[in-house]
Ligand binder design. Structure first.
Ligand SMILES: [Fe+2]
Length: 180
């Protein structure tokens, strides 16, 4: 279950209904996958072989195809990040810059955690969506945001694309105080 922190006010939003209705109001897709389907050897593994990535895609095949049919995704893959990832610090520095994409950015967290920091409406400002396994989120096309890891510094996520080239990050100029 995701929790949300509004950066301006420090306010927390918790609970399935509150989180769901807040994200709906902000135009952010939020759904859930049943990660209990994952076998134990994949629940705590953050360095994945190609075979293990294929195994994850097979386990969530129905969820992926359902989401793809509803929202037009044509390609998907699995990404894993942890302290074992070469150049993790450099990658995080890149991820932590506010940017936009020309298609929505959808991620299904299947293990570990991640945070999307998303620009909300004028009144709300930037908010953090702290995600755990089972959370599925999509940042709308053109909506400024960035991603980072949580304290455990590990995540496995399924990514879905309409066109993988649409996921190029375009920098978004933002006043620093607006993000903090
Ligand atoms: Fe992004």
């Amino acid at each position: 279950m995701a929790v949300i922190k509004i950066r301006n006010t420090g306010e927390w939003i918790k609970g399935h209904e509150n989180v769901g209705s807040f994200l709906e109001k902000q135009g952010v897709l939020y759904e859930h996958w049943d990660v209990s389907k994952l076998p134990s050897h994949l629940k705590e593994t953050f360095v994945l072989s190609d075979e293990e990535k294929e195994e994850i895609l097979a386990i969530f095949k129905d969820d992926i195809e359902d989401l793809a049919a509803r929202r037009g995704y044509k390609a998907w893959d699995v990404v894993a990040l942890s302290d074992a990832t070469p150049n993790l610090e450099e990658l995080l520095k890149k991820f932590e810059q506010v940017h936009i994409h020309t298609e929505d950015e959808v991620r299904a967290i299947v293990a570990g955690h991640g945070i999307f920091i998303i620009k909300g409406d004028e009144q709300t400002g930037y908010f953090e969506v702290q995600l755990e396994a089972g959370d599925v989120i999509s940042v709308p096309e053109g909506n400024p945001h960035f991603f980072t890891l949580m304290e455990d510094r590990q995540v496995v996520a399924v990514r879905l694309f309409i066109d993988p080239s649409g996921w190029v990050a375009h920098p978004y100029e933002e006043k620093e105080e607006a993000v903090q």
